[in-house]
Design a protein. Structure first.
Length: 610
């Protein structure tokens, strides 16, 4: 028992200090418990096979797909329109919407669905994501108190009542309790988040030198006005010909930047877009969309001669093909060489769209332009090929991070697919008549997101998983086994209840609430509810009081735990994205946890008399 208490105290102290990564601290604590013989290897590793941990990993992938397909951006823009530029209104909307979803979806699932939306909204509005992510996690737990299925501890106390022969709770019996929690949460979180969470900086975006955004590059080089899109019809003279056969540069002074093909099924939900650079061997086919650059009059003449249909929207969408800037070094071998002899096309399959020389932009006659030291070249190609340019650092420097830019590109044509998958997952988690377990629904959704192309690659899907949060939760979950095996949990709960039972039902109610709340900081909320429910039931029977307020105190104490990043999965989910430390949860979560506790100690007897 002593060893377990020492390990627990040291772990919490290390979390608070924050000098060592939280997942490493958790793994060290787990290892000590194994070496000390308190936990068997099987017990210690049980967290890594927990359905909660598997669900967290899957939900990271689902959330990443929602972000990658632009679904999050679309939803966030609607919320922003309702917020009308007000930070306070945006905060309230996030809390209210999250709480409403959390009433029917697990708090872990709610955070995974809302997190990409909130991050996208924060970036677009210029608000720091840290300002909203912790309230998001807390709101998901508070929303779980609105319905019977909102959070597992609610079902635990329902089972305790049924086994004790009492009338079961209805689906919305929790609603008044949940409303009070949400109201108290808003009142407390609004000032605390402004005081403590606004101090966070934007994840180091300014520090990393990521370079200009894609939209900024398009605007700077005026690409939208320098190109036009044309669709090749079945009767077009260019259909079936190669780019080399057209000899467009010599005959018309034009260049094909990109060849795109778009297809969709009858429903319009499943849509595919393929992009390729125009090589001399590329064959143009009916239905292809070609991007031309050059003199606009010559483009129109070429289109008229060959039966091409001009498309009104000439905006550039970046999916498989992107753009970036590179700066030529003074020692570059290609200095003084015409661009057509530079080898970019042959060695890297890269097009050069423009050259920035001092304050001038050279966009015409590029093949014959001789390259100079310090020239900034705007290059176009597959993201992987642009990334390869960074390997040849003696000749040039790639501005920004192409791989990171590729991750930020939204595959908006896959948004309908992602939306359908997400809705099916939510339906499977909400409706009991669908014979699919929540963890299975999440795994299927994550797999479908990858298989249907909502990610650029499988590697991109893996990168969305925050392994620090996964390891943190998986390593801390066996701590509850250690506390139970050594008798610490039972000793603490029985001692407090025995000491407070003679002081009246209100004091006993407070003791049960805060004992449950304290235990939930170190073991899972469901395990705490299972442990405390029979104690609360017995205590109520001994003093001749109704068990309802005491059991509600158990589920509230187990669910309203905000002072630790590992007390609930939602807290852990937002930790990395918000760049939070353990102390951030203490500053904002602990006052919220205590205040809600005090409010509910007085409110529960009014809702459910002793």
């Amino acid at each position: 028992m002593t060893t377990t208490i020492i390990v627990l105290c040291l772990t919490v102290a290390m979390f608070i200090v924050g000098k060592v990564r939280s997942d490493i601290v958790a793994l060290c604590a787990l290892t000590v418990l194994i070496v000390a013989g308190i936990l068997t290897p099987e017990e210690a590793l049980s967290g890594f096979s927990s359905t909660v941990v598997i669900m967290m990993a899957g939900l990271f992938v689902v959330g990443g797909a929602i972000l990658q397909t632009g679904l999050a951006k679309a939803a966030s823009q609607k919320i922003m329109r309702l917020a009308a530029g007000s930070d306070t209104r945006m905060f309230l909307l996030v809390v209210i919407v999250t709480s409403a979803i959390g009433a029917f979806v697990s708090n872990t699932g709610t955070v995974a669905l809302m997190m990409p939306i909130v991050v996208s909204m924060a970036v677009q509005s210029g608000t720091q994501p840290a300002r909203l992510l912790m309230p998001l996690a807390f709101a998901s737990s508070m929303g779980g108190m609105l319905t019977l299925i909102g959070t597992p501890p609610n079902l635990v106390i329902q089972d305790a009542l049924v086994e004790g022969g009492y009338e079961p709770l209805g689906f919305f019996s929790f609603f008044p309790v949940g409303i009070i929690c949400i109201a108290a949460g808003i009142i407390v979180m609004l000032p605390l988040s402004k005081m403590f969470l606004y101090k966070k900086k934007n994840s180091g975006r300014q520090k990393t030198g990521r370079g200009k955004t894609l939209d900024e590059l398009v605007s700077e080089y005026n690409l939208n006005n320098a190109l036009r899109r044309y669709r090749i019809s079945p009767r077009s003279a260019v259909s079936g010909k190669t780019v080399a056969e057209l000899d467009m540069r010599n005959r018309y002074g034009l260049s094909i930047l990109e060849i795109r093909n778009e297809s969709s099924d009858r429903s319009g939900i499943i849509r595919n877009v393929t992009q390729s650079l125009a090589s001399p061997e590329s064959i143009l086919t009916a239905g292809d969309i070609i991007y031309l650059t050059g003199d606009t009059a010559r483009m129109d003449a070429f289109a008229a001669e060959n039966g091409l249909e001009r498309l009104d929207n000439s905006n550039i969408d970046f999916y498989d093909i992107g753009i970036s800037e590179i700066v030529l070094m003074p020692s570059a071998r290609i200095i003084g060489t015409p661009l057509r002899k530079s080898g970019f096309r042959e060695r890297y399959s890269i097009n050069v769209l423009g050259i920035k020389r001092h304050s001038d932009y050279i966009m015409d006659g590029l093949p014959e332009v001789k390259l100079q030291s310090g020239d900034v070249l705007l290059v176009q190609g597959k993201w992987s090929n642009i990334a390869r340019l960074a390997d040849d650092e003696t000749d040039w420097v790639v501005l920004g991070q192409p791989e990171e830019q590729a991750m930020q590109v939204t595959l908006d044509y896959k948004a309908p697919v992602a939306a359908v998958i997400m809705l099916l997952m939510v339906a499977a988690m909400v409706f009991d008549f669908i014979p699919v377990a929540p963890v299975t629904a999440v795994m299927l959704a994550a797999l479908l997101m990858v298989l249907t192309g909502c990610f650029r690659s499988v590697e991109a899907a893996y990168k969305t998983i925050n392994w620090e949060s996964i390891v943190l939760i998986a390593a801390m979950m066996p701590m509850s086994v250690a506390l139970e095996k050594t008798g610490i949990s039972a000793m603490l709960s029985h001692s407090l209840v025995s000491a407070l039972g003679a002081m009246g039902p209100t004091v006993l109610l407070a003791g049960i609430y805060f004992t449950t709340s304290l235990l939930t900081m170190f073991i899972s909320n469901t395990a705490t509810a299972v442990l405390m429910a029979p104690i609360a039931m017995t205590s109520a029977t001994e003093i001749g009081a109704s068990p309802y307020p005491f059991l509600f105190a158990v589920t509230l104490g187990a669910s309203m735990c905000f002072a630790s990043p590992f007390s609930t999965p939602p807290n852990a989910l937002v930790m990395h994205a918000g760049a939070y430390t353990f102390s951030d949860y203490v500053k904002v979560g602990l006052p919220l946890q205590v205040i809600i506790g005090v409010v509910m100690v007085f409110a529960l007897p009014l809702l459910f008399p002793f």
